[in-house]
Design a protein around this ligand. Structure first.
Ligand SMILES: Nc1ncnc2c1ncn2[C@@H]1O[C@H](COP(=O)(O)OP(=O)(O)OP(=O)(O)O)[C@@H](O)[C@H]1O
Length: 339
C-alpha cells in the first residue's frame, strides 16, 4: 500500500499541565476525506498546527507528504493547503486582486497569475464576485475565497479547520459539495476538523472522534458502529396491532431465540437487538404466534449515536454494558420516535 500522506505517531502536546493532544496515532491516505470530529477544546486545532510544523510537539512525530512536519515547515507549507477557521483577506481589494496577490507571493509567473486566479474563483463558485471587494463578502463567500486561496498554491493535501463555522445552512451545503467535488474530480486528500457531526458524516470517508486530546475511535461509520454496538449490532423493530398486557412471557420467548440479546416492549411494538441479522427469525416468530404485524424496521446507526456514545463513555468511564445505559434507550426511542 502507498505510504500515507499524513502519518502521526504518538503525537503529544502539553501546555503546562494540560495535555491538549495525548499520544495520537493516525494515518490518512491519498484521496481520503478524513473528518476530525470533536467538541471545542478537544485538541483539533493543536493537532493541525503540529501537522503544519507551526507548533512543536512535546512528544511524537507527524509526517506529512513524506517529511517530518516540525523539521520541514517550509516544505510542508508548499505541499499543504491550510485554511484556518478565520481566513483573513485585504478587505479593500477585490476577490481577484486578493488571489492574484497570493498567487504572486507563491511564485506563480506573472503571465499566468491572473488567469489562474480567475480559474480558481470560478472553481469555487465566485465567478460573479471576481471584482467585488472582499470586505463586502458574506462569511460563506469568504470561506470560498479561502478555499481558492488554498487551491491556487496547488497543494497535495488540504487541511480545513472548522471550515463551515458561521455559514448558514445553504452555504454549508454548497461548501461541502465543493469539497466533495474536489475530492472526487481531482482526488484531493482532505483533512477537516469540525464539531458538526452531521456535516462530517456527509462528506468524510473516515472519521476520528477526538475528545480531551485523545482519539477515542476512528474508522468509517460502519466500523465505528460495529465496534460501538459490538454485543448487539443488529436491531429490528416490529410494530404489531397490540401486544399482550402481560409481556413477561413474550419477553422470555424472544430472548430465548438464537442471537437475540435485548428486547424492549411497548404497547404495540417490540425492539429487538441481536448478535446477527435477526429480522427473518423475528418476523417469523410474530407471524407464527398470531400477532398482526403492521410494520418491520431495521435500524441503521448514524454518527449521532456513535459520537454521543463515545462522549458518554468518556465522561462515565467503565460502563459495563451498553444495554443498561440510558443512552441506549434514549437513542433507540429517539431515532424511531421521530419517524
Ligand atoms: N497556546 C496555548 N496555550 C495554552 N493552552 C492552549 C493553547 N492552545 C490551545 N490550548 C488549550 O489546548 C486545548 C485544546 O485546544 P484546541 O484549540 O486544539 O482545541 P479544538 O479542538 O481545536 O477546539 P476549538 O474547536 O474550540 O478550536 C484547549 O484546552 C485549549 O484551551
Amino acid at each position: 500500500m502507498e505510504q500515507p500522506i499524513i502519518e502521526i505517531h504518538g503525537l503529544t502536546k502539553h501546555y503546562g499541565s494540560l495535555k491538549a493532544v495525548d499520544d495520537l496515532h493516525l494515518a490518512i491516505h491519498k484521496g481520503e476525506v478524513f473528518g476530525l470530529l470533536g467538541p471545542n477544546g478537544a485538541g483539533k486545532s493543536t493537532t493541525i498546527l503540529m501537522l503544519l510544523g507551526l507548533t512543536e510537539p512535546t512528544a511524537g512525530e507527524a509526517h506529512i507528504c513524506g517529511v517530518n512536519a516540525s523539521r520541514n515547515p517550509i516544505y510542508v507549507k508548499k505541499k499543504v493547503g491550510y485554511m484556518p477557521d478565520n481566513v483573513g483577506f485585504y478587505n479593500d481589494l477585490t476577490a481577484l486582486e486578493n488571489l492574484v496577490y497570493i498567487g504572486r507571493l507563491n511564485g506563480i509567473p506573472e503571465k499566468e497569475v491572473k488567469a489562474r486566479a480567475g480559474d480558481m474563483l470560478q472553481q469555487v463558485g465566485l465567478e460573479d464576485a471576481l471584482h467585488k471587494k472582499a470586505g463586502t463578502f458574506s462569511r460563506g463567500m469568504k470561506q470560498r475565497l479561502g478555499l481558492a486561496d488554498v487551491l491556487i498554491r496547488q497543494p497535495e493535501v488540504i487541511i480545513l479547520d472548522e471550515p463551515t463555522l458561521g455559514i448558514d445552512p445553504a452555504g454549508v451545503k454548497d461548501f461541502l459539495e465543493l469539497i466533495r467535488q474536489l475530492n472526487q474530480q481531482q482526488g484531493m486528500t482532505v483533512l477537516l476538523s469540525s464539531h458538526h457531526l452531521h456535516q462530517v458524516q456527509q462528506i468524510c470517508n473516515r472519521v476520528g472522534i477526538f475528545v480531551g486530546g485523545q482519539l477515542l475511535a476512528e474508522g468509517n461509520i460502519e466500523t465505528l458502529a460495529a465496534n460501538l454496538f459490538r454485543s448487539a449490532p443488529y436491531e429490528v423493530r416490529v410494530a404489531v396491532k397490540k401486544l399482550p398486557e402481560q409481556t413477561a412471557l413474550l419477553q422470555e420467548q424472544l430472548l430465548a431465540l438464537p442471537a437475540v440479546k435485548q428486547v424492549t416492549l411497548s404497547a404495540n411494538s417490540a425492539q429487538i437487538a441481536g448478535e446477527e441479522n435477526i429480522t427473518p427469525e423475528i418476523v417469523r416468530f410474530f407471524v407464527h404466534n398470531g400477532y398482526d404485524v403492521t410494520g418491520v424496521q431495521e435500524r441503521t446507526y448514524g454518527l449521532d449515536e456513535i459520537y454521543q456514545r463515545y462522549f458518554e463513555n468518556n465522561l462515565k468511564e467503565n460502563i459495563p454494558n451498553a444495554k443498561s445505559t440510558g443512552f441506549f434507550k434514549r437513542s433507540f426511542t429517539g431515532k424511531w420516535g421521530k419517524q
